[in-house]
Structure formats: structure tokens, C-alpha cells
Design a protein around this ligand. Sequence first.
Ligand code: GAL
Length: 716
Amino acid sequence: MMRKILMVVIWALCLFPNMNAQIVWKQVASGVWKGVIGTPETYSLLNVAGVSPNREGLTRLPEATLPTLADEIVGEIQDGKVSLRIPLQREEQLYGFGLNFQTVHQRGRILNLHVDHYGGKDNGRTHAPVPFYISNLGYGIFINSSRYLTVYAGSGARKDSPNAPVAKDRNTDKTWTSAPYSDAVSVLVPAQGVELYLFAGPTPMDVVRRYNLFCGGGPLPPRWGLGFVQRTKKLYTDKDVEREVAEFEAHGFPLDVIGLEPGWQSRAYPCTFEWDKSRFPSPADFVQKMAERKVHINLWTNPYISPESSLYKDMYPLSGSHTVWCGIVPDLADVRARQLFNEKLEKEHVGIGVSGYKIDEIDGYDRYLWPDVATFPSGVSAEQMRQTYGLWVQRVTTELYRRHNQRTYGLVRGSNGGGTSFPYVIYNDYYSHQDFITALINSGFCGVLWTPEVRGSKTSEEWLRRFQSVVFSPMAMINAWSSGTKPWSFPDVTETVREYALLRMRMMPYWYTEFARYHFDGIPPFRALNLEKEFSMEQAAVKGELRDEDLETNPYMESVTKEIKDQYMAGEYLLVAPMFAGQTERSVVLPRGNWYDFYTGEYVGNGETIVVSPGIERIPVFVKDGGIIPLMDPVLHTPTIGEKIHLEVRHYGKAEGCYRLYDDDGETFDYEKGMYSWREIRVSRDKKGRLKGSISKAERGKPDNIADVTWTFMTD
Ligand code: GAL
């Protein structure tokens, strides 16, 4: 009997594949629901990332019920693919869909989510094409698929839509548009099934936090990772590096990490993973000598193995069918390949004290990566491998460092959904300062970190402008692999560059705490203003006028919406509005509430657009009313375990303030066993109305790295 019923159901499903279109939602964490369409593949983004949700962090978010749109989400198998339809309301705006470089608002866009080196257009091909988006109405959707996805983010209109656009006569109606209103996000997943995750708000920030925490929370970098990073010229020897480190000291520039570029390896492109003995005759001694100078070593590599590497023979049967630059591609979906890879890294680098990696070229371009016809012994398709290789390399190396109870913080050129917790920052070879800032904004929507790294510059103005931005980013880095540029390469601005490099160090207690908030609470340290509740949709975008003459070359051209994509939030209190070379003034949109100048503490405005002309010495930075910024002395190297600091607490504005300052040993995973402290900093008014500061003691037996505290009331 049961068998008969089953047969009938299967028959019915074949005949009417749309029958099961509506999704059954199951709560999987606080404010997170999973829906299944068809038969999802077992190889997915979340499975590859292999991380578990931070459930404790999720409980700190407001309780939420299943968003009502859940009932209207439709998923069906169509033409052998999953077709998803997620409804949209008229004025709804969407953010996310991965690391975009030129746009923040994604509604109306058509994207092919595909891991690749960014090619100058927001078309879905990017370093982290994370299939996650957030609505300004306060919910988010994540598609847990490792396939190339086609997304119509509110493009296309069904004839039977209950909320369809109205036909307009273009001859007479000025509101005619070539892209009529669409009432849904549609997604094609080329597979027989998929898992969909729905994240509740109530606010867009809550959605982002839930997504990040569901993926394990943001990484907590070692403290030194937030110090200054210099990547040296590609063929530097150990002596060249030692000289450069001495020059940093001599010039009074901070330095925490030296990144070695390809020349440290005996062969690169493809790589041996072995040291070049002519340039680095004694790697262990070299790494040790650098450690004594408080400088960490980071190694560039790509994962493609040279026939000259001792790893080649054993890895050969565990690699893909196609080569990259004639090197084999380890099949990291196979545990044996991961083990071999790990053993090599352990023996050659991690075991002698190397602090981290820069893992290059796992993103693209197509012309040198494995083609989609490649096969891998694990059976994972070339397409899925492409979408997940960045996750694999991050996971393998993260686990390796964890086994050493040592935190790492490195660079990677590709990632994807689920990768939030990996201690890696994305970078690339593209070099538009403006687009680098937009990428920084978008990184906060998709659970990745991005550095607007500084390389060469044509003028000292450009140099300084780029430098000022990178100081307010997840990794303050000069990548001089090709240009050999040093922080002091432009003498007329060297003093200001040094001032900013030291400011980065001074702000360490703030940066470190903001990363702790990313880890424990899922709040991205660098993010769009759109996630701030005091920022309104009206402020977020202004629709421009379309001129008739514009239509001559493109009859379907739309008027351009000017969106805010050149200013961002850095931590809880700071709004950063970078200046670009050639600019002498710029406008800054301030969310509601009183805002103050970071450098002077002066009031600048409230919920309005201001114009600033700060001169070359200053990147405009503003602080929220009641903002508390903890600083330390401008040291050249980040304090190590147990080193005490002098804390200067700055308060801005008229409002009283409260900040929780995070502290731990800064290097190990002992914080996971409770070895950390949150200390409450309070600034309040006494009876006479004067501001007074206080800081709570660290709990007994918990890390306490503060020697003494001074208070600066910037506005009063
Ligand atoms: C590029 C990478 C650069 C630099 C270079 C060295 O692919 O993006 O940052 O590392 O390789 O060859």
C-alpha cells in the first residue's frame, strides 16, 4: 500500500513539477529558517566552510518570528534547474550579492554569481560572489549553493503578477522606463535542488548580524594583524628584508608584518612551497630574527604545485585533470589532499614560525584557471571547485593555525558564502581608489573583509589619499611587490603618512574591540551607512534627470541614481569620507544625530549634507554624539602577550557615552575558553554638568593589559 502511494506521489511530481512550489520552513537557529527545494546537493557552500553557528551570539539578537514573505517564496524545478522567486515590494531596496565594486543598491541588477578576479563591471563575477542579499525591509536570503547562479534582482515581470507594472506609452509618458518595475527576485540554480536560508531582522543590521553569526561570527585577528603591513619586492633576499625592517625603525614607521612575495619560493607559478636557498639560505633563523624585532612573516603563494616540488608526486593522484601554469591543482575536497597540503605548510613554514599566508589566484581569471570541463578525483565538478576553492584554502590554513593555538591573519583573493569566520582579507590587482572604497562598503553586506591596499601612485597627493583610506580599513597595507614603494617614498608627504601610520597604531584598542564585536556579535567593522538606523532611504539615493540627448547612443538608457558609495562606517562611532586625488572638497551625508569632527571635536552637522575641504593632510572622519574612542600610545609594534598599555579614552559630543572595551591575550585561541574581558567605559555628567569618565576593572583572573587611563573630552 505504502509503495503504491509513493508511486502515485512520484508520478504526480513528474507530471506536475510545480506542485510543491511552496516551501516548508524549518527554524534552524534564532531568527534563521531553512527551506528545501527538490533534492539539494550535499556539496554546498556551508558544508565546505564547515563552520558551526555562534548560537550564543544569536540569542543576543531580538527574538523574531518567520518573516511573512516566507509563504510567498516559490521554488520549483524548471528545465532541470531550481527556479526561485522571492517577492519584492514597490519601494524595497536590496544590498549584497557579494563583493561589488561600483554599486551598493542591487535592485534591478542581473548578476551571474561566479568566483573570478573582478573585471571592472558589477556583473556577479567577483572575488566573493556571496549568494546572500539583504532587504531594507529587514530580512535576508542566502542560497546555499556552490553552483554558478543567475540572479535577476528585481528584473523581469510576469504577466500574471498580482502586482504587475502598468504598460505606458513612451511617446507621451515621461515616466516610461526600459526596465519596468519587477515584483520579485528570481534566481536560477543549475541543480536538482537547493537549500534556502531566510534571516529575520527586524533591522537590516540585525539581518547581517544573524548571517555572520550563523556562519560562525567574524574572525578575531591576532592584535598584530591590525598593525602595519609592508609587502616587499618580489625578489628580495633575507638581507634585503632585514635592511628594510631596519629602515622602518630608522624612519620611525610602525611595522608588524612583512609579506614576502613570490621570490621566497624556489619556483613560483607554479609553486614548490619550498624556500629559495639562494635568497633565504636559513629560513628558520630568518623568521626567528624577524620575530625578535617584533615583525611577523607572511608568505605569498598560490596553490598550484610545481613538478619540482617534493609534494608533486604524492599530490599528483589527488589533483584535478587540468593544470594551472603547468602546476597540478590539489583536490582539496579530498581529505587526503588537504592532509598532504597541511603537512607541507606545517613543515616548511608554520613549524618555523611563519605567521600567515597570502593565497593568490584562486579566483580567476578564466584564461589560466582550470576550465569548466576539468574533473577532480573527489567527483566535485570544476564549477563547484571554482566556487569553493577560496573557502577550502582558508579552511585548511585556518585549521592548521588553530592546531598550534596561534591566530593568523592573511590575505586571499577568493571566498564565498559561509566564509565569514576565516581570518582572511580579500585584495586584488584592480586599482581604482573610488571602487576600492565601494568594495569596502559592500564587504560589510556579505561577510568578508576587504583591503583597499596601497601600491604605487603617480603623485604624492594620490599616495597620501590612498594611504589615509587604508589606515581606516581591515588591513593597513602597502603592497610593494612590484613598485618597491615605501611609506617614505614621497618625501613631501612623508610626515603626514607617518602621522596616519601612527594613528593606525594608536587606534588599536578601538580596532581590536570592533573586531571582537564582529566575532561575538556579528557586527561588520567596516560597512555601509545603509546599515545605520539613523540613515534614511531618502539620504541613500537620489534619482538623477535623464536628458534627451543621452538617448541617441542608447535609446534604453535610464536616469542614473546617485547612491552613497564613497563614505562608510568604521566601527561603532566613526564615519569615514575619503578624499580622492584631484578632489579639494567633497560632500558628506550625515545620518540623523549630532556629528563631530574626529580631529577637533567640533560639531559639524545633523542629518544633513555638508561640504568639506580638509586640505591634503586630512581624511574627513566624523564621530557620533557620545562616541568613545579608546586609543593607546603610538608604538612601532603592536604590544605582545602581557604587555601593558596606557589607554587614552576620547569622548566626542554632548551626549553621555558608554563603550565596552575588549581585551584578551591577542594571540591565542584561549578567548574561546573564556579568557577575555569586556570592560565598561562610561562617560557621564556630574551634578555640575561636567563630563566624567570611568572604566570598570577586568574580572579577576581575566586578561588585564591596561596600565593606566587618561581622559580627553574632545568637545567640551
Ligand atoms: C598577483 C597579486 C599581487 C602580487 C603578485 C605577485 O597575482 O595579486 O598582489 O602578489 O601576484 O606575483
